[in-house]
Design a protein around this ligand. Structure first.
Ligand SMILES: Cc1cc2nc3c(=O)[nH]c(=O)nc-3n(C[C@H](O)[C@H](O)[C@H](O)COP(=O)(O)OP(=O)(O)OC[C@H]3O[C@@H](n4cnc5c(N)ncnc54)[C@H](O)[C@@H]3O)c2cc1C
Length: 470
């Protein structure tokens, strides 16, 4: 084993150059803290990747993000990339849900709520009972929680498709407390969702957070990857690509441990040392990295389920689609028995995702609902997607462009009992002072959550480094 770079004794080593690791590193560097990011791949961004191709702009990971915290705008402006940010078309707040094979708009005001055919009159009346329903007495899945508070119809034709859209997840297994903490808090704090929505407005204002239904949807002219690319430019040589971390081992030096981080670069085994290590790789990779020092936490991290997802980008000529694409796209409830989870009308949100006179659609397949579909070969996946799209969207003929991206492990599922996993992570940090876990399997999977979590992690690290360790 080669002991290289022993003179490099950075203050903070960040493992993983996805958005969580990059943001943490960037915020630390703004505080003049010496930071190094070790990233396995040749490019940064993790799941946040954009592929430009002949006038098409394909997102293989997140297609956009919600500006749920002012921190997002602050970081974008500190990077000097405000002019590259684009907001989704005004119509993007309009979303559709499939019912009986038809796309029905999600009602946005009381009148359209009364008129919508998404729920029966009985289903709508059931919502009126919501304020009078008591608290649950044990940890529930989002399905149990919603069925108890709002009824089965609302679960099937609102929450089930929404959960597929956000987590590619299954409402029967996701914990309401951990996967939807804000929804859960409405019941905990205010005794109900309707009461809570009114009451929580003031608190959110005080925290300077923006409700998801009001937050603006944004991306960048050149796609979501602009964000990691520009953070990485700002960090410069602090980022070391093609470096796969193998292990993190503490050595006791005085009262503060120093960590040796071993990684493989170009077939060579190298080491770096630092008093602070941020673990921002996905749960299974982090499990391998900490296996030697804490096999129990490693095994808990390995238990986090990440379902596979295939993201199918299709391009059509305008004239092939005979309906108005006036919105974000649509989601498919499980009870509709389709093969797709939903489709984003990508070029309706951001017109430059397709060449002139063309339309770009991004469809999601698999997730916890039908993971087996992601094993299909490209032709089979294209067939099932086209069959569903043709039935739902009045599309004529074959796509003029296609690209399929597959994620074997897409999004961590905060399933029932997730609290035990989170406790284990906190205990790990307590036992190994100077380690910090900042990744999308803790504190939320949305890009906005990653911003808030990285900010929190940065503050904790600054506090730790400033603490008297004598
Ligand atoms: C298909 C898909 C669609 C999504 N859509 C949206 C959306 O529309 N809106 C939204 O807000 N969110 C969306 N998300 C979620 C969001 O994109 C992710 O939660 C977020 O990007 C995760 O960032 P991260 O840095 O925590 O993890 P990752 O992006 O997974 O980054 C982890 C990094 O660690 C690196 N790494 C792994 N092992 C090692 C090792 N041993 N050594 C060094 N480095 C290592 C990886 O290469 C990677 O770069 C989507 C996610 C997916 C998969």
């Amino acid at each position: 084993m080669q002991h290289a770079n022993s003179q490099m004794n950075n203050s903070v080593i960040v493992i993983g150059g996805g958005i969580s690791g990059l943001l943490t590193a960037y915020l630390l560097s703004k505080q003049n803290i010496d930071v190094t990011v070790l990233e396995k791949d040749s490019a940064v961004g993790g799941t946040m990747k954009t592929v430009p191709d002949n006038g098409w702009l394909i997102e293989t990971g997140p297609n956009s993000a919600l500006e749920t915290t002012p921190l997002i705008g602050e970081i974008i402006s500190s990077l000097g990339i405000e002019s590259q940010r684009i907001y989704a078309n005004e119509q993007s707040s309009k979303r559709y849900i499939v019912k009986n094979g038809t796309l029905l708009p999600v009602p946005m005001d009381p009148l359209s709520f009364i008129r919508t055919k998404l729920w029966s009159a009985g289903g709508k009346l059931r919502l009126l009972k919501e304020p009078f329903i008591g608290r649950g007495n044990s940890e529930e899945t989002i399905a149990q929680f919603v069925e108890r508070r709002l009824g089965k119809e609302f679960l099937d034709y609102a929450i089930n498709p929404f959960v597929a859209g956000v987590y590619a997840g299954n409402p029967e297994t996701l914990s309401v407390k951990h996967a939807f903490p804000k929804l859960y808090a409405l019941e905990e704090k205010y005794g109900g969702l309707i009461k809570g929505m009114i009451g929580s407005r003031r608190e959110r204002k005080a925290r300077k957070e923006i409700a998801k239904d009001r937050a603006k949807l944004f991306s960048f002219h050149d796609g979501m990857q602009s964000l990691p690319v520009n953070i990485s430019r700002a960090l410069g040589t602090a980022i070391i690509n093609e470096s796969t971390v193998e292990s993190v081992i503490p050595m006791k030096v005085g009262n503060r441990p120093i960590y040796t981080v071993t990684f493989i670069q170009n077939g060579e085994r190298l080491k770096l040392e630092a008093p602070v290590v941020v673990l921002s790789s996905p749960a299974d990779a982090t499990a391998s990295i900490i296996e030697k020092i804490d096999p129990e936490t490693a095994s808990v991290l390995r238990s986090i389920y990440y379902p596979p997802v295939a993201e199918v980008f299709l391009g059509f000529a305008d004239k092939q689609i005979n309906r108005n694409l006036d919105g974000f796209g649509f989601l498919v409830p499980a009870v509709e028995h389709k093969n797709i989870l939903g489709t984003i009308w990508s070029s309706s949100l951001f017109p430059n995702r397709a060449p002139r006179d063309h339309i770009a659609l991004t469809t999601f397949v698999g997730g916890s609902r039908q993971p087996e579909l992601t094993e299909f070969d490209d032709d089979e996946i294209l067939k099932i997607v086209l069959d569903d799209l043709q039935a739902l969207m009045q599309i004529e003929g074959k796509p003029v462009y296609q690209k399929i991206a597959r994620w074997k492990r897409a999004i961590p599922q905060y399933n029932l009992g997730y609290g035990k996993i989170l406790d284990k992570i906190t205990r790990f940090e307590d036992n190994f002072q100077g380690t910090f876990v900042a990744s999308n399997y803790r504190g939320g999977i949305a890009v906005g959550d990653c911003f808030m979590n990285s900010d929190k992690t940065c503050k904790k690290i600054v506090d730790y480094l400033n603490r008297d360790h004598s």
